[in-house]
Write a protein that binds this ligand. Sequence first.
Ligand SMILES: [Fe+2]
Ligand SMILES: [Fe+2]
Length: 308
Amino acid sequence: MSKSGVTEMIMKSVDKLGRLPPTLNKVIEVVNNAKASPKDLAQVIKYDPVLTFEILKLINSAYFSIRNEIKTLSQAIVLLGMNTVKNLCLSIALAQKLSAEMPAKTNGKSFSISYFWEHSLKVAIASRLIAAKAMNPPSTKEEFFLAGLLHDMGKLVIYSVVPDAYLNMLHESKETRSSVHHREGEEFGITHAEVGAQIGKRWDFSDGFIEAVLGHHKDEFSDEHFAQIANCVKVANHYVHVYDDLRESENSNDEVEKHARDPLPDSVFGSIKANREKVEEVLGGELQVEFERAQAFLSTLSGQSNKN
Ligand SMILES: [Fe+2]
Ligand SMILES: [Fe+2]
């Protein structure tokens, strides 16, 4: 098939993933209505039992460190705020939809969905830690976590359209140490960042989120706010890979040297107004601990928690 044919199929698949499910449309409508109360939002969400189950499960997980068990959606919404719950609903629904579209094994090999969500969750946590603890001034905006969580979602779509070709490309880019992002553009005419941004648009995510997903492999930006959030995800992604590689090759100096040779440029840290040493101190001290507390997210994202 021609490259443009593949691009077209990928975009068709993005369209098929399509518009928001009706419950989520209503969730957004309620949250955008200044007069709506947490109770109104709870009324809408409770029509979706899977979503209700997942939200209560996550809120009662170690990640949110809430002392007393939260039993109702209204309590959860009062505690976390309408916007946080809306964003939680959007990401859970989207992640589960993407996971459900994954093809079965191809040629005996398959894309590891559990590794994919583990990586995504680590980048989300790292991005939030950097924004809240290393940036100046700090930011607790949820866009940092969400853009980190879904930054690579376009990979799932491209893989689901051309699974064999995508696995071959991943293998080859690992062998030749070339950038996956760059190779996607060459082979499929579209990158996972572009596909992810298109999905974000259709699912009504914020502009900051969309630009961050689109720009997490980019070097130049015209808007400072978008540059900051995209670069924050880029830094988070970089360090998650560094720590993973280090763990994998504990006894091999080779890998350590590889990353020492390949650090992020100062301009990236300048853009997020963070100091490199501070970022390394925060992530080195807290990323793994936070990730362990967030394990409940993994079964939710891969759509496994309500199948057990
Ligand atoms: Fe990426
Ligand atoms: Fe990534």
